[in-house]
Design a protein around this ligand. Structure first.
Ligand SMILES: NC(=O)C1=CN([C@@H]2O[C@H](COP(=O)(O)OP(=O)(O)OC[C@H]3O[C@@H](n4cnc5c(N)ncnc54)[C@H](O)[C@@H]3O)[C@@H](O)[C@H]2O)C=CC1
Ligand SMILES: O=C(O)C(=O)[C@H](O)COP(=O)(O)O
Length: 372
């Protein structure tokens, strides 16, 4: 089995050990000539997959270890008779924990939400649902919109006006051009003007869901704050926008080790099914260290410590600012480098915690931790 894959996909060494012939390449560099003798192509979000890439190649399976599929021309794959799988859901908890960690890192939004504020969730797919469940566990109010889903499928469904009145608006929709609810530039100048004064806007979906030029003007006017994990012209990050955001990260909201391995596992399992191979078995994450819970403190301070216990987005923000400042004219390459060399990050959910006060143990259990 000959597999061409994005080099930024952990866990594939196990396939090589099981006999697969792997050719690992930078995702943005994968071209048709790399595929002339490939049976399968495994990508992440930075490889546009279309007719031009695949026509005339022997590729029989394409998998993207991501939830978003806006880089994949599904119609072209159908036309070419190539089996396809994505990894929707594999990184949903990682993104939900990223949002909670952002709220904790900025401190004031978390305190405000715990005191009766409300979160507006745009997009009620895997991430939106996962985030809603975590907010419920913490007793934080929220409302969601997803016009593509049946009314009964969206818990706490709200109008866009209700979402825009929330203290925190967080974007988790797929990027689509389709009418009647395209999400490209869903947050354009007019929509940004409808947000309540002082809103914290978080985008961990796709950069073009927000008109970045309009956002820049909104921030300069002091209308609210923004946290961006994704950027409209990624991997380019405009310096003036980065200077204005409260936190900026290099598209890593879903980059926990658990999520990245789960993404690989999803597509490798689908490949096994499509091509009759048997590679998926060996892709479990190693055990995580035990997180020691804080023994003192109460209320928001205690929750903050817990939410930042495994992941502090401020570190990614500092690294991004430093790397881009030092990169001169090579900012896009620096952005990609940060993503490729992303440090090991573990999730709270499913991993062990010990010690701490009764209250923090209760909160940890509510967030899905294994409380020892
Ligand atoms: N920053 C990161 O690291 C990550 C980013 N993502 C992005 O976040 C998106 C959401 O992830 P999942 O929940 O796993 O995907 P999903 O496919 O499960 O859910 C996406 C939801 O967005 C909804 N949607 C589409 N257009 C909309 C609109 N105009 N208004 C409101 N909702 C709309 C869809 O109906 C769908 O239910 C992905 O498509 C991907 O682009 C996903 C994972 C990691
Ligand atoms: O799953 C998605 O959708 C994402 O945005 C990915 O987590 C982003 O990671 P890469 O595929 O760009 O490595």
């Amino acid at each position: 089995m000959r597999i061409v894959c994005d080099e930024n996909m952990p866990g594939l060494q196990a396939l090589a050990a099981a006999g697969a012939r792997l050719r690992c390449l930078p995702g943005r560099a994968i071209r048709r000539f790399h595929l002339v003798d490939a049976d399968a192509l495994l990508v992440r979000s930075v490889t546009p997959v279309n007719q031009a890439l695949l026509t005339g190649t022997p590729v029989r399976f394409v998998g993207t270890a991501t939830s978003g599929t806006d880089h994949i021309d599904r119609a072209a794959l159908r036309e070419l008779g190539i089996a396809f799988a994505d990894a929707a859901g594999a990184n949903a908890n990682a993104v939900a924990e990223y949002v909670l960690a952002v709220l904790a890192a900025l401190r004031e939004p978390l305190e405000h939400l715990l005191a009766g504020g409300r979160v507006g969730i745009v997009g009620y797919g895997n991430v939106g649902r996962s985030l809603g469940a975590r907010l419920d566990a913490l007793g934080i109010a929220w409302v969601a919109t997803d016009p593509w889903l049946a009314e009964s499928a969206v818990a706490r469904r709200g109008t866009l006006a209700e979402i825009f009145a929330c203290d925190v608006v967080t974007l988790h929709c797929s990027l689509t051009e389709l009418s009647p609810w395209p999400s490209r530039h869903l947050l354009d100048r007019a929509a940004l003007e409808r947000l309540a004064a002082g809103t914290l806007l978080i985008n961990a979906s796709r950069g073009p869901v927000v008109d970045n030029d309009a956002l820049q003007a909104w921030l300069v006017d002091g209308r609210g704050r923004a946290v961006l994990d994704v950027w409209e012209r990624e991997p380019e990050v405009p310096a003036p926008l980065l200077a204005r955001v409260a936190l900026g990260t290099p598209h890593i909201a879903g980059y926990s080790l658990e999520a990245r391995l789960a993404g690989t596992r999803c597509v490798v399992s689908a490949m096994d099914e499509a091509l009759g191979t048997a590679y998926a078995g060996s892709l479990a994450p190693p055990p995580a260290s035990v997180l020691a819970l804080p023994a003192t403190g109460d209320g928001p301070a205690l929750l903050r410590k817990l939410l930042l216990g495994r992941y502090a987005p401020g570190d990614d923000d500092r690294q991004l600012r430093a790397a881009l400042a030092a990169a001169g004219g090579a900012r896009a390459a620096a952005f990609d480098r940060l993503r490729r060399a992303y440090p090991l990050r573990r999730e709270l959910a499913g991993n062990p915690v010990s010690g701490g006060s009764a209250r923090v143990r209760e909160l940890a259990a509510a967030l899905g931790c294994e409380v020892l």
